[in-house]
Design a protein around this ligand. Structure first.
Ligand code: SAH
Ligand code: SF4
Length: 361
């Protein structure tokens, strides 16, 4: 939380900041509203620019708090306009965020952890294992840093997905705080419909997500139609199998217009058989959902293949004809390794190459 002896202001949501300011400075709640507006909406980092706050108080805030930005270590721009940001954190860890260019909009994909503990067999981030959770200021810092960069180009984005490195629901408290800040109308003011948290299926955390009314939409990586295959791909399925996961999703409090996104990474010959296609509608029956088919982005050494485009199109047609709103997520930024499941930092990649050559020699 601290930077030197100063505390990271971006670690507080509005309610927490009001409590902090009252306790530390005996200040009324409107001061928290002012600060939230300055640092999140206007992206101001220097307290001396906060002109509606008297100078002595600005100085006291400046002594007490710092306003975080991650260090931009590298920015790559893909042929399709997608921008990948490599950020270096204060402990030297590296994380990636991707600003995805779609025909009609920009979507920011953020990381929630350094690495990931879930160990999915098809995912490159899994190879890093979990190094640590990101603090709230490191999650929100990605959003602000990319907004700073995009603003220079006159660009803005209105959608955020928690689909970068990490399992967001495994870092529940910090992600929830970040979601509240993103949703705060005085701060980032993203509607819950525009922020999507993707989970590999951590059932207790999904229940909690519903109970606390997290201001975001949920996406679930189903990725298989039988427990045998799903457990082989996503080890936590052993603990929370498909039926348990589906029951939990059915019980989530959703408004009548809210849909859960069911993600299905298509792996040739593994989870894309005719039997899978037949089972999927039954599994999703009655769930307010939309299906997102994700053509696999091949990672050298992991051994999975992407099915043909025709095959993916056939799945989409069939699911549409069964009444499921089904889209195909053609990944962006593949030429810069920014596509889904290809995120792992440069240093961990170099390390693996090193590991491999050591093993060969
Ligand atoms: N940890 C979360 C969010 C990050 S992964 C989760 O697993 O849901 C975001 C999505 O990318 C998930 O649906 C995951 O199944 C998918 N994915 C992982 N590796 C992939 C790859 N190589 N190609 C395509 N999708 C991949
Ligand atoms: Fe983690 Fe998601 Fe990758 Fe699985 S797919 S290892 S949960 S980032």
């Amino acid at each position: 939380m601290a930077s030197g002896s100063r505390v990271e202001l971006l670690d507080f949501d509005r309610a927490e900041l009001a409590a902090e300011l009252e306790e530390r400075f005996n200040l009324p709640a409107f001061r928290a509203r002012q600060l939230i507006r300055w640092v999140h909406k206007r992206r101001v980092r220097d307290f001396s620019e906060m002109t509606d706050i008297a100078k002595p108080l600005r100085e006291a805030f400046g002594d007490a708090y710092s306003v975080y930005r991650p260090e931009l270590a590298e920015r790559q721009i893909s042929r399709d306009g997608t921008r990948k940001y490599l950020f270096r954190l204060e402990d030297g860890s590296e994380i990636e965020s991707v600003l995805i260019k779609q025909p009609d909009r920009l979507t920011l994909c953020v990381s929630s952890q350094v690495g990931c503990a879930m160990g999915c067999k098809f995912c490159r981030t899994a190879l890093m294992k979990l190094k640590r959770n990101l603090a709230t200021h490191e999650i929100i810092g990605q959003v602000l840093a990319v907004q700073d960069d995009a603003a220079e180009l006159g660009l803005d984005f209105h959608n955020i997905v928690f689909m970068g490195m990490g399992e967001p629901l495994h870092n529940f408290d910090n992600v929830l705080r970040a979601l509240r800040l993103l949703n705060d109308e005085l701060g980032h003011d993203f509607s819950y419909r525009k922020v999507t948290v993707s989970t590999s299926g951590l059932v207790p955390a999904i229940e909690r997500f519903g109970q606390v009314g997290a201001p975001a939409s949920l996406a679930v990586s189903l990725n298989a139609t039988s427990d045998d295959v799903r457990t082989a791909l996503i080890p936590i399925n052993k603990k929370w199998p498909i039926e348990t996961l589906m029951r939990t999703l059915h019980e989530l409090p959703l408004s009548s217009t809210q849909r859960i996104t069911i993600e299905y990474v298509m792996l040739a010959g593994v989870n894309d058989t005719d039997a899978d296609l037949q089972r999927l509608p039954g599994i999703l029956h009655g769930l307010p959902c939309k299906i997102n088919l994700i053509p696999y982005n091949e990672n050298a050494g992991l051994g999975f293949k992407r099915p043909s485009t025709q095959h993916i199109a056939r799945w989409q047609d069939r699911l549409l004809s069964r009444g499921f709103n089904t889209t195909v997520r053609w990944s962006k930024g593949e030429d810069i390794d920014a596509a889904c499941g290809q995120l792992a930092t440069q240093s961990s990649r170099q390390k693996r190459v090193g590991d491999r050559s050591a093993a060969l020699s």
